[in-house]
Design a protein around this ligand. Structure first.
Ligand code: SAM
Length: 219
């Protein structure tokens, strides 16, 4: 039996409770709630943590990293305003869960992770669940220029400043969602490319992410 097939009634019930919690916390996009209801988050964490997989909390995934809190995944996805067929780049694949949510919503997903162990684990899990995301091992602060431009770019680690390569890899009309701040707390920033050379920036809620480490991130 694969990890991906470990679904049972208890997990489905707990996913229903989780989506109700996210709705109460203000998540409105029904497609995101449906994705979270459908995806077996417990398969993205170690067996020892499975019973906590449907709590609205971040959990360790190894290499000192975390699978983001479900509310954070939903909030970032809502800000991205993903439409079916959109090309979306994620920086910080981690467990692969956010990539699964984006795939489930019909996006063409590209995702970069700097830890080799996490990259291989996420690749295996997404494949087992039937999600066709394109994953790369490398420094995501430089984006993934080979497939640019993107309709959406989501950074799932906290950056000291907006990595400029990511801005240039946005399509006109595209959205970049990135937490910016110190290593202790960040403000979610959304940058929309209005035209070839103009951008609009919005500063939103506060969050706490693990640091974005790389050439255009933290040392
Ligand atoms: N999106 C992930 C998920 O659904 O599990 C959660 C990501 S975790 C909060 C942040 C991830 O960003 C970590 O796996 C970390 O290794 C990765 N990361 C940090 N800096 C990076 C960089 N420069 N390039 C790619 N990944 C990076």
């Amino acid at each position: 039996m694969t990890k991906g097939s470990r679904a049972n009634r208890k997990h489905i019930q707990r996913r229903n409770e989780l989506t109700n919690t996210l709705r109460e916390k203000g998540i409105r996009d029904q497609r995101i709630l449906m994705a979270i209801q459908a995806i077996p988050r417990h398969t993205f964490v170690d067996t020892a943590l499975e019973n906590r997989a449907y709590e609205d909390t971040a959990l360790p995934i190894g290499c000192g990293q975390t699978i983001s809190q479900p509310y954070t995944v939903a909030a970032q996805t809502e800000l991205l305003q993903v439409e079916k067929g959109d090309k979306v780049l994620e920086i910080g694949t981690g467990s692969g869960y956010q990539a699964a949510v984006l795939c489930h919503m019909g996006a063409k997903v590209y995702s970069v992770e700097r830890h080799e162990e996490l990259y291989h684990k996420a690749k295996k899990m997404l494949h087992e669940l039937g999600y066709r995301a394109n994953l790369k091992l490398g420094d995501g602060t430089l984006g993934w220029s080979a497939y640019a431009p993107y309709d959406g770019i989501v950074v799932t680690a906290g950056a000291p400043v907006v990595p400029e390569d990511l801005i240039y890899q946005l399509n006109v009309g595209g959205r970049l969602v990135v937490p910016i701040g110190s290593q202790k707390s960040q403000v979610m920033v959304r940058i929309t490319r209005i035209s070839e050379d103009s951008y609009e920036e919005e500063q939103l809620q506060s969050f706490k992410f693990v640091p974005l480490i790389g050439e255009k991130g933290w040392d």
